[in-house]
Write a protein that binds this ligand. Sequence first.
Ligand code: PLP
Length: 399
Amino acid sequence: MQHENGFFGPYGGQFVPEEVKPMLDELYDVFMEFYNDLNFIKEYDYYLKYYAGRPNPLYYCSNLSNFLGGAKIYLKREDLNHLGAHKINNTLGQILLAKRMGKKKIIAETGAGQHGVATAATAALMGMECTIYMGAVDVERQRLNVFRMEMMGAQVVAAQSGQRTLKEAVDEAIGAWVRDGSAYYLLGSAVGPHPYPLMVRQFQSVVGREAREQILAAEGRLPSACIACVGGGSNAIGLFSGFLEDTQVQLIGVEPAGRGLQYGQHAATLCLGEPGVMHGFYSYMLRDDLGNPAEVYSISAGLDYPSVGPEHAYLKDIGRAQYVAVTDQDAVDAFFMLSRLEGIIPALESSHAIAHAIQLAPTLSSEAILVVNLSGRGDKDVEQVERLVRRGELRIPTL
Ligand SMILES: Cc1ncc(COP(=O)(O)O)c(C=O)c1O
């Protein structure tokens, strides 16, 4: 595992109040014990296979590739997992840790609601109590996911402070965990204080392992590039981890440029941010003039976070991965293009990665191969996009 005492280069660490450190240290010890325990791995693999439905396929988009010309585009179909996103890979791993720790209560935050839904499901599966913190704006944007969480027995608490999106949900979830140390805090992305970025990366690494095997089976060679959207960075680091040692494979993370790269209109943290501490870890972050977390925006509720996983910050600095940004309209164009050409409706988050692949593919030769992480399905976003189109705030692209 490529980290030293919880740091990836200078990034990561535990910038938390003294009383939280023992809770994190206990979690690290339990994770290290069980992640190397064959019985734990066996149980985790069992649930990945029979509950989540892994392995999911690596799908060659022949229509999209022929339409664009240039590189061949493959999609890693995380959208086909139970509940429709990559989040289940992590929640299954962490819920099994919580079970081994004898925990009965789960706390989590959610942005788009996908992590909340995956947490609510696995808590129901294990018979545990579950409280999900979600920004009040996201509760509105992702109403269907709120209902899904409640159906599975979770209590959803709307975070009313600040911008009322993902950052505030994390603030309130951490606060609740500090107040109630008997609960397990099930963090949904590769962010937060050590050991979360490491744990979440390990539980998501199944994406990269499968994708590497599958592309070798399909093409007999490695891809030219792996592309994934970056919110906190868990689906991207999951895919990238399978190819980190293959230095000929370009790793590209795609951030949300929202309505444009002016202050408050995007969440392109690695593209435009600076190193700093937020939510207990040191990484790139977007700040306002006073040095506080900046206001952020993206059409997609899972990407509007003003910091990013520390391993991505490190991969950027050492030049192993590149980070780019695409706008809301680029993502929406990709959302419609994949739906029309392949009959696959991608999540708006994943649409950012697809948008970059759509821009890149025609610039490459037909020998090139792009593996794009389709981190989730778009059913949750259809109502929101339909509303924006109806109000004239977005346009449906013509092919
Ligand atoms: C489908 C989907 N993709 C991507 C993300 C972004 O998270 P991460 O960067 O941790 O993969 C989310 C977050 O909610 C999501 O629901």
